[in-house]
Design a protein around this ligand. Structure first.
Ligand SMILES: [Zn+2]
Length: 236
């Protein structure tokens, strides 16, 4: 059985992300903002989800039902936790995207801390295949964004993975099919995109909180929560 790894490559990205956000986001009134950066308002989030399968793997035709339920759960969790102060919607790419390359190409040599290498490669490949008008998988409805919407690209990867980057995240398909906390991990990665740090020790795995950034990242999403300290730093 493939090992499921939750790991992160997001710490060093904080400064980059703030800089990047300040360029793309239009500030407007609203109480919800980037973690610890009240100047960077985030009025709404669009989660763009792609089920990505390396070309040497077979896509799971029954996966979409599972994935859709997870996204609905994420949406209600977000709304519940932030009292509707920030909107989150999702767009799910309508079919599995078969990679141009086999697993060996996407997977890095060391995936003990997630799979940031795969994320970079998939981000690049889908950018030209899905997101540009002459791309062979271009889908206008999927790509379209409302004004001021903060996009986060999430790749559900048939392989090893769990990492976040700037406005993007990758996680293993296995989280959704072999655990009951796939939605939780995806939302945890979304929070990294908004600057929220982990609350557990990377070496020992010992949690520093029981919320979604700590041990609560491995609970079904409806039973997890965001601790007040984080909400405070995103809403005041
Ligand atoms: Zn994390």
């Amino acid at each position: 059985m493939r090992k499921i790894v939750i790991a992160f490559s997001c710490i060093a990205l904080f400064a980059v992300a703030v800089f990047y956000f300040s360029g793309v986001l239009i500030s407007k009134s609203g109480a919800f903002h980037y973690y610890q950066v009240p100047e960077v308002k985030i009025s709404s989030i669009k989660l763009e989800v792609v089920y990505f399968v390396p070309r040497d793997q077979t896509p799971d035709p029954y996966f979409y039902g599972t994935l859709r339920s997870a996204l609905v759960a994420i949406q209600s969790f977000h709304s519940r936790e932030f009292n509707g102060l920030s909107a989150l919607r999702y767009a799910l790419y309508p079919k599995a995207v078969i990679g141009d390359e086999p697993s060996s190409f996407y997977d890095g040599v060391d995936t003990s801390r997630g799979n940031p290498g795969a994320m970079t490669r998939i981000f690049k490949e889908t950018a030209t295949r899905i997101y540009v008008k002459n791309g062979e998988l271009y889908d206008e409805q999927f790509v379209r964004r409302k004004k001021d919407e903060l996009p986060v690209r999430a790749f559900i990867y048939q392989g090893v993975g769990g990492s976040s980057g700037v406005l993007s995240a990758i996680m293993s398909y296995d989280y959704f099919t072999r655990t009951d906390y796939g939605a939780t991990v995806l939302y945890h990665e979304v929070l990294h995109n908004l600057g929220v740090p982990d609350a557990y020790d990377y070496d020992t795995g010992a949690p520093q909180s029981d919320d979604i950034m700590g041990s609560g990242r491995m609970k079904p999403i409806a039973g997890s929560y965001i601790r007040d300290e984080i909400k405070k730093r995103m809403m005041e």
